[in-house]
Design a protein around this ligand. Sequence first.
Ligand code: ZN
Length: 275
Amino acid sequence: MRALFIFMFLATTASAESPKVVTDIAPVHSLVAQVMEGVDTPDLLLEAGGDPHHMALRPSQARALAQADLVIWVGPALTPWLGEALAGSASVSLPLAPDLVEDVDDPHLWLNPDFAEAWLTVIAEALSQIDPDNLATYRTNAELAQQAVQALTQKTATQLDAIGGARLLAAHDAWGHFADRFGLQIVGAIKSHDDAAPGAGHLGETRDMISIGAVDCVLSEGVETDALVATVVGDSGTPVATVHPLGAGIDTGVEFYSGLLSGVAQAIAACVEAG
Ligand SMILES: [Zn+2]
């Protein structure tokens, strides 16, 4: 009798086990968390604030990757190291933007919510394939999340309409997709994401842009770029917004994605209006 009870308990636990899902960055984690709501929570490899372009996996992260059933990530253009780590792994890999070319294409796609909206469908389908028992939940969650992203996009577009065409200088070249979607201009970047430090010639050019009044707002990413931004802005009085493309400082989870986009839009609008 007792043996039977234990057997039934084990069987129940096994069938209720949900897939182990690992995500690369906090924005993708948030989208996947929305689709998995009510089933389980995905893991996050790169804590917000880390540098996705350059990273070495800690042993615990390598283990999480090796044990994952499904790895959902932007793609090799953003995190080449993750592509290498996945090459020898048995986990199912879902790169959301597999065709981007490193150093050529801008991999910061999540900053255009149209991509996020499309990715929700792909995420739900991949989850349904490895966990068909929860297919209905994944699809319903994805539809609800898409409605939320649409509302967020509408709200952001309305908010940024007032500063349409604003000229932004970025600390690092991350904001092209955001600017294109919402009618803003990126007039330059202080450093590309592969530069450890920008050259003197390039710094001089960005200073010149500021001194002739060609920049409405400079986008810093916080402590890591504040000093660099300060050397470019000098005493010009050009306003600076602190916006982080990976949402450093925002709590991870289902609310993260809307928090990231709303926060960025609000900070940029306030910055341009202060100029
Ligand atoms: Zn970047």
